[in-house]
Design a protein. Structure first.
Length: 252
């Protein structure tokens, strides 16, 4: 279907194209159709900074609680995809630890200098991958500074990943996610030619992934999963309607 036939650019955009490489699509929308309804994903795409900022600062007019929501469909009900009482309850748990009086001098004396150094490194190029060139290194270097570690960035990332997986499995927190990344590490070792106990650990991790609804029942997941929401309550596409959360399991 051509742009002329469709009437809008948004009507020509497919879900597959957005998943494959959305950035050329976003660039074209910014130039020609900065606010665009995309039927394929049943969402409005707002692509210019000023418009995004306006939407963000007017919560009485715009909502982040979209339906259907890929985020909610994947992770269950969560902070980013909700509004109102539920959003306020989850936010009240997280927000106190990040208040200005709690984080003290870190924004100005630790985070800002590191952020400036990273930006200066790619500013001359005129472009950057914000995750690989900025967000990732920023979080790692701030963590190094806070912990007082003198190690390479890559090594700290590996340490943190292994530690997070181990802690998650020990305390039963997000067991399925921890098991997945544990299995990924085991597979990496096996592909590198190091067998040892990795095959056994790999199959144990697969078992935990298959059983992750109940694997953390006697651990933190018993509290965490109901709190953050889970995807296995089910979602169905009603006849002629959007994707809706199925609550039959709770009401039956």
């Amino acid at each position: 279907m051509s742009h002329a036939e469709a009437g809008t650019i948004g009507e020509t955009i497919t879900e597959e194209a957005l998943e494959t490489d959305p950035y050329p699509i976003y660039a074209r929308l910014r130039e020609e159709e900065p606010v665009s309804w995309v039927p394929a994903v049943e969402l409005w795409l707002v692509t210019r900074w000023a418009d995004v900022e306006y939407v963000d600062k007017h919560p009485a007019v715009f909502t982040g609680e979209t339906d259907p929501s890929t985020l909610n469909r994947t992770f269950g009900r969560n902070l980013l995809g909700s509004e109102g009482e539920y959003h306020e309850r989850i936010r009240s748990i997280i927000y106190p630890a990040f208040r200005a009086d709690k984080i003290g001098h870190y924004p100005d004396e630790v985070i800002a200098p590191i952020a400036t150094e990273l930006i200066d490194a790619f500013a001359a190029k005129g472009s950057a991958d914000l995750m690989a060139d900025f967000a990732g290194p920023l979080s790692v270097r701030v963590l190094k500074r806070v912990l007082g570690l003198e190690v390479e960035d890559d090594r700290l990332v590996r340490w943190f990943g292994e530690l997070a997986i181990g802690v998650g499995l020990i305390v039963g927190a997000f067991v399925g996610v921890a098991a997945f990344f544990g299995a990924l590490m085991n597979m990496n070792f096996m592909l590198a030619g190091s067998a040892s106990t990795n095959p056994v650990l790999f199959f144990l991790a697969v078992g935990l992934m298959l059983a992750w609804k109940v694997a953390g029942y006697y651990g933190a997941d018993r509290v965490l999963l109901p709190l953050v929401g889970t995807p296995w309550h089910g979602y169905t596409r009603d006849e002629g309607g959007p994707i809706a959360r199925t609550t039959a399991a709770r009401t039956a």
